[in-house]
Structures are given as structure tokens and as C-alpha cells.
Design a binder for this molecule. Structure first.
Ligand SMILES: [Mg+2]
Length: 326
């Protein structure tokens, strides 16, 4: 058995989720039973040197995040995860223990979300990379698309915004101004660093929004940029109020000036919260859903005729689109 086989075996053994597929890892291909409704499929990669640095990362966190970013896309579709495939790229010097650590982080999230690892592959590369394909199920015709927002709908967002970007700043600039302001609150600092390393896909929210929301997208690139994707797909305008953006205690402490705080919330990426729209008449069910899930769901604006993202309340007038903020 060559070293590549041992590496993928070590990863799969560490990741071992419950295999509900008729044939999973170890055969030439996975055998899956078709979904009763419809299958949503997506793929995304986490690459050393691009998405994470080896020196400052735990491989357990890298394994978690590689799956989490994909599950977040399923959450945005309102789909429930079923299976995952992993293509692992490994550099020279990558050890069995490293494969086990990647697999342990991946597997803990796979188990807690009911995602079966049904196959994997390993190839040599210049650095560590995990390319993960996931499949999930959604009832026929119920998938949440980016294109369903209508003028008059309310714009909502889950959780708090900007924490993951703040966490990255704390990790990369431990002597920066944000880190200095959080020096007296190590618990808050740890919390946002955890949000950067271990995002939590909003699967329960997404599945519950199918049938309630008119459109949905997950926040990977930052609120304004992702809102722009949704507005473009729906051929509408999203009018957002910067003062309404939900922020954590940590973000408020790191950015005491209100406009800087709103800017951090509006542009920070990798929060993996859900941005969605719904008819104004659905506010009651959405508020009840937030209470049931223990997750803040906040109204941040409205859908109007027109194009693009219009963010008001930043002081300098309206900001349209991401480029104006850069
Ligand atoms: Mg996405």
C-alpha cells in the first residue's frame, strides 16, 4: 500500500461518520440512493497559503472549516446535508498524524450534521488543500434561490456580522488597534477568533426558511458583496440600514466609533450567516423561528425596484456596492 492510500485511510478513519450509503469509501465509487425530493450539490476548496496559514492554524480547524463552508452553501439553499466527498492535496512531509487531525475536525462536524463521508482521494501538491463536494436534500420545488426577492420584501440577516473578519485581524495583527481594545476582554477575543476558525453553518435556519423566505444567500464575502449577488440575481435593489446591522459585544468593543463599527459589519467576510428576504407578512413566523433556534434574526432593510445595494446610515451618504467601501 502506497503512502497516499495510508493518508486517505487515516483521514477517513479519523473522520468516520455514519455511512448510510450502500457503498462508501473504499470502493471504486460511492453508491447513493436518490433523494426523495431534490439534491443540491456544491463544491469548494480550502487551500494553504490562500485560505489559511500552516503556522497559525490547527489542522482540526482546517478540516472543520473545509466542510463548514460547503455546508453553509447547502444551508443557504434550505437543504439538509447527506453526503460529502473529499479530494485532499498534500505536500511532501505531510504525515499520517496530520491526516488524522484534518479528519478529526472534518468528522466531528460531519457527525453532528448527519453528513456521511462517502469517498475521498489524495494527490501530492505544493501545500495542503481540501476540495470538498457535498450533497443535500430539499423538498421538490422548495430550494431557496438567490433570485426570488420581490419589491416590498423585508431583508433579514442571522447572527452578528463582522466577527470572523475581526477574529482574523486579531490572529494576524496581535498588536493592532482592534487587539489593543480587546486586551481587557480575552473571552471576547477568543470568541471571535473561534468564529474565524470554526464557522457554524446555519443548517437548521436554512431548512426552516424553505417555504418562508423568498430568497437566500450565505455570507462568505461580506454583507454588501453578497447582498449584491442576491440583488443581481433577483433583478431588484436592496436598501440596507447600516445602523440596523447586528453586531456582537466584541465588535462593538473593537470599533467604538459607530461608523467604523457599521463598516466592519457591512464588509467583513466569512461570517457564514444567512441573508434572506421574505414578504413583510412572514415577520411573525420568522421571529418565532429565531426564538426557537436561539439565533438572532434581524431586519436590516427592504427590497425595492431598481438595482444594486444601497447602504444608508454610514454618514457619508449612500454607499452603493462593495467597491465604494474598499
Ligand atoms: Mg455561498
Amino acid at each position: 500500500m502506497g503512502p497516499e492510500f495510508q493518508l486517505i485511510d487515516a483521514f477517513v478513519a479519523a473522520a468516520a461518520a455514519s455511512f448510510r450509503a450502500p457503498a462508501g469509501p473504499g470502493d471504486d465509487a460511492a453508491v447513493l440512493r436518490p433523494a426523495r425530493g431534490e439534491t443540491c450539490v456544491t463544491v469548494d476548496a480550502v487551500v494553504e497559503g490562500v485560505h489559511f496559514r500552516r503556522a497559525s492554524s490547527r489542522l482540526e480547524d482546517v478540516g472543520h472549516k473545509a466542510l463548514a463552508v460547503n455546508l453553509s452553501d447547502l444551508a443557504a439553499m434550505g437543504a439538509s446535508p447527506r453526503w460529502a466527498l473529499v479530494a485532499l492535496g498534500v505536500p511532501r512531509g505531510f504525515r499520517l498524524a496530520d491526516a488524522r487531525r484534518l479528519g478529526a475536525g472534518f468528522g466531528a462536524l460531519a457527525r453532528s450534521t448527519g453528513t456521511a463521508l462517502v469517498g475521498g482521494n489524495v494527490a501530492r501538491g505544493p501545500g495542503i488543500s481540501l476540495t470538498v463536494t457535498v450533497g443535500g436534500e430539499v423538498r421538490r420545488g422548495r430550494a431557496l434561490l438567490r433570485s426570488g426577492a420581490c419589491p416590498g420584501d423585508v431583508v433579514w440577516v442571522s447572527g452578528a456580522l463582522g466577527d470572523a473578519r475581526l477574529g482574523l485581524l486579531l490572529l494576524e495583527r496581535p498588536r493592532g488597534p482592534e487587539a489593543r481594545r480587546l486586551r481587557g476582554s480575552p473571552g471576547l477575543a477568543r470568541g471571535v477568533m473561534q468564529r474565524q476558525r470554526r464557522p457554524e453553518p446555519r443548517l437548521a435556519l436554512g431548512a426552516s426558511l424553505a417555504g418562508i423566505a423568498s430568497s437566500c444567500i450565505d455570507l462568505s464575502d461580506g454583507l454588501v458583496q453578497d447582498a449584491g449577488h442576491l440583488a443581481a440575481a433577483s433583478r431588484t435593489a436592496l436598501h440596507l440600514d447600516a445602523r440596523a446591522l447586528p453586531v456582537s459585544t466584541a465588535l462593538a468593543a473593537a470599533y467604538p466609533e459607530p461608523r467604523a463599527r457599521a463598516r466592519a459589519a457591512a464588509t467583513g467576510g466569512e461570517d457564514y450567516e444567512l441573508l434572506f428576504t421574505a414578504a413583510a407578512s412572514r415577520a411573525g413566523p420568522i421571529e418565532r423561528l429565531g426564538r426557537r433556534l436561539g439565533l438572532a434574526l434581524t431586519k436590516i432593510g427592504e427590497v425595492r425596484r431598481g438595482r444594486g445595494v444601497h447602504l444608508r446610515g454610514l454618514g457619508g451618504g449612500r454607499v452603493e456596492g462593495f467597491d465604494h467601501l474598499a
